[in-house]
Design a protein around this ligand. Structure first.
Ligand SMILES: *Cc1c(COP(=O)(O)O)cnc(C)c1O
Length: 379
């Protein structure tokens, strides 16, 4: 057996990406606009069943930033955010001079807890400020509790920014993730389900919102022959070269979702006979997860003391990458001074969880190597 590195999640090209890039070179569309940008937006709109408008941007983080601007977030406002997530969900709140309010997860989907969410909203309102937006995340591609979160948000008329960076290809009751929020966000970073080498998109309900996002993303140039500006501008548009990669990737998206789900099935099978290890899975058939990353939790009282860290080190010794779950934002040095509502669900997940190699490009030999480490450790 070879000992080459097995990655958690690495880029997986479909084969036609370079054709789209070549077309861009041939037509000299080497710029942050062009046919591939329009083509990728169209592909994504079709993929989202024409339920939304899509603006291609330089990153998912940029999409969150512009999404918050579209929702009217300004300096001094409060924005609610799921604590257990990647920091990119929360950083744009600080870009705007607003205050993040962090919320714990529930145990079913590991996402925003609707009870803690409502408590937080009521408490913030009692303090004199109604939160301007709620950032909800589909962690590892598992949809959050769509209906409960929507119910709470609507009860207090607070818009949802749906961070679907990890969930392109996931759905709930047949509706695609990315289309549930008042604004949605996608990411095409190198480790995501599909990649443009780096990129993202904003998903909006109206064409006017999309146009506004693209306006902000291209330096907010007013309609005039000279450069005229009446708004703060950003340089957040996607390059036509990157969009070419994206168009090729769109052709294999569903195939890659199926392959990631096979990796999840593989882990379910491997751990089925190992007591104390649970593979993170959707609560019921209303949920369809892309399983961007397969994750487990380990109850060390049932594994003779084997912890997530023991497994991580055993995998690392065989040149196999795994990683702890996202460390909750309310425990991060940069965010710990901000309000937090909830118990210790996300903290316990962080303490006991591990993400395992999940790429759509993993081979049968890779799976054999992973399985061998797991079986040697636990048996
Ligand atoms: C990757 C990711 C982002 C950021 O996307 P980029 O394209 O890397 O800027 C935001 N939120 C979550 C949950 C992510 O996983």
């Amino acid at each position: 057996m070879n000992n080459s590195k097995i990655w958690l999640s690495s880029p997986h090209m479909g084969g036609t990406e370079q054709k789209f890039i070549q077309e861009a070179f041939d037509a000299n569309w080497v710029a942050p606009l062009g046919p591939n940008v329009n083509g990728l937006e169209n592909d994504l709109e079709v993929y989202l069943d024409n339920q939304a408008y899509v603006g291609a941007l330089s990153s998912g983080t940029a999409a969150i930033h512009l999404g918050l601007i579209l929702l009217g977030v300004k300096a001094g406002d409060e924005v609610i955010c799921q604590s257990m997530t990647f920091s990119a969900s929360a950083n744009p709140i600080l870009y705007l001079g607003a205050t993040p309010i962090f919320i714990d997860s529930e145990e079913q989907t590991w996402n925003l807890c609707p009870i803690a969410l409502e408590k937080a909203i009521q408490d913030r309102m009692n303090n004199g400020k109604k939160p301007k937006a709620v950032i909800a995340v589909h962690l590892y591609g598992v949809p959050y509790q769509i209906e409960s979160i929507r119910e709470v948000a609507d009860k207090y008329s607070i818009p949802i920014l749906e961070d679907s960076a990890e969930a392109l290809g996931s759905s709930y009751k047949g509706q695609k993730c990315g289309t549930f929020g008042d604004i949605g966000v996608l990411s095409f970073n190198g480790n995501k389900i599909i990649t443009t080498s780096g990129g993202g998109a904003i998903v909006t309900k109206t064409a006017a919102q999309k146009d506004k996002a693209v306006f902000y993303a291209t330096q907010s140039r007013d309609n005039a022959p000279h450069y005229q500006h009446s708004h703060i501008g950003y340089n957040y548009r996607m390059s036509n070269i990157c969009a070419g990669i994206g168009r090729g990737q769109m052709e294999v998206l569903d195939k890659h979702v199926a392959l990631r789900r096979q990796m999840h099935d593989f882990y379910v099978a491997v751990f089925s006979s190992i007591e104390g290890v649970e593979v993170f899975s959707t609560p019921n058939d209303d949920y369809f997860a892309n399983y961007w990353l397969s994750a487990i939790t380990i109850d060390a009282t049932k594994t003779k003391g084997i912890t997530a860290e023991t497994l991580r080190l055993a995998l690392e010794a065989e040149n196999i990458e795994s990683r702890p779950l996202w460390k909750p934002m309310h425990l991060q040095p940069i965010f710990e001074k901000y309000p937090y509502y909830g118990k210790k669900v996300s903290e316990e997940l962080f303490d006991n969880g591990l993400c395992l190699p999940s790429g759509s490009n993993l081979t049968e030999e890779d799976r054999k190597r992973i399985k061998k480490v797991i079986e040697l450790l636990f048996n």
